[in-house]
Design a protein around this ligand. Sequence first.
Ligand SMILES: Cc1cc2nc3c(=O)[nH]c(=O)nc-3n(C[C@H](O)[C@H](O)[C@H](O)COP(=O)(O)O)c2cc1C
Ligand code: SF4
Length: 431
Amino acid sequence: MPQTRVLLKNIGTPDSETLDGYLKNGGYQALKKAVSDLTPEEIVDSVKRSGLRGRGGAGFPAGMKWQFCASDQACPKYVICNADEGEPGTFKDRILLEEDPHAVLEGMALAGYAIGANQGYVYIRGEYYKGALSLEKAVTEANQHHYLGQKIYGTDFDFNIQVFRGAGAYICGEETALLDSLEGKAGRSRIKPPYPVNQGLWGKPTCVNNVETLTNIPWVVNKGVDWYRKFGTEESPGTKIYSLSGHVNHPGNYELPMGATLRELIYEYGGGIRQGRRLKAVMPGGASSACLTEKSLDVKMDFHSLAAAGSMLGSGAVIVMDENTCMVGAAHNVAAFFEHESCGRCTPCREGTHWIKRILERVKNFEAKSVAEIDLIADLGQNMRLGAFCPLGMGAPSAALSIIQHFRDEFETHVKEKRCPVNIPAVVPGL
Ligand SMILES: Cc1cc2nc3c(=O)[nH]c(=O)nc-3n(C[C@H](O)[C@H](O)[C@H](O)COP(=O)(O)O)c2cc1C
Ligand code: SF4
């Protein structure tokens, strides 16, 4: 099936990661157009009218964020590219970082021009060694050829970029924890407000955007808003790179217009479920998203439709589980991830993630004494949603709670009959 390749257009072309390769693909033309012919206000306005929403998970309108940052008079200002990509099942930024790093840099420079910043940082997760090397090489090349640095395209616009490697903590993808980590502190979330657009890095106005969000910007500037809005839905314009993993025949990154259905992605692009089995559950937006079942296969994968279906688009990590998956095991797997990644600062999350995992372990190992233990998970989850300090803790119970809601009979069989109705250890690639 042909994909709608906009962001992934350069991937697979000769030397796509080099400056030469990028220039051959029309690279840095949007930056030239912006600094030569357009005002920063015009860029912000285009991004607003494009309807582009953040691709890092929260889906905040990019143009609105840029406007808030641009209108703050404090300086200096900063642009940060969030390349932490810690959400289980997500691997879409990685391909852009490794194989099209100049597109990310151009998006950052355009953001800098639009908001009035002269310095950008890419915060890349420690595990992305190849991506970090690719970016560092791209920054050096772009500096040498004056696409970055002083007086870009002979104008008064200066923009420098530094690559910063994280140490592999999921919480450091949350934008305020990322800022603390970049400042040299332990990565822990800050209280919001104030928001980073006003008080971000070292207390200065800062625009934090995801890799994929920034890679959209050269297209919006070059091709215009009307062209951009031809893709996707009215409410979620553009294309989206979905990372498809789990029990499908062809896992991988697929770029489709926003609003393609889960069925299209899984069956037409992903080749269906392995060994002709049936789909049992799918997490459409990574480990923090509520799972859906076969009944939701015709739901459109955009911000609005997935929220209406009781889940979320998140970063677009679609994790598929087939009929042989033990859902108690799957819930335990996700819970173990959150227990490990909780930063431990606040009680509802530190204790909640730990006890949800412990109880699920008891159910999985047939040690739970009564079904009241299953209800205790819901109770703990509710406390976390209401009382956790940051979005990690608020979102951590979603997957487990939704799995219990859809597959409660499986949990009860584990408790009452001391057996697993599926009886196959749950190992879900991508979790
Ligand atoms: C626990 C947690 C982890 C996150 N990890 C990432 C990440 O790896 N990459 C990312 O771009 N956004 C991540 N986010 C979202 C960021 O906080 C922020 O919303 C995003 O970087 C803003 O960019 P965008 O508006 O372009 O999406 C995470 C959020 C939370 C709560
Ligand atoms: S919710 Fe979790 S990750 Fe966030 S501050 Fe509390 S303990 Fe840390």
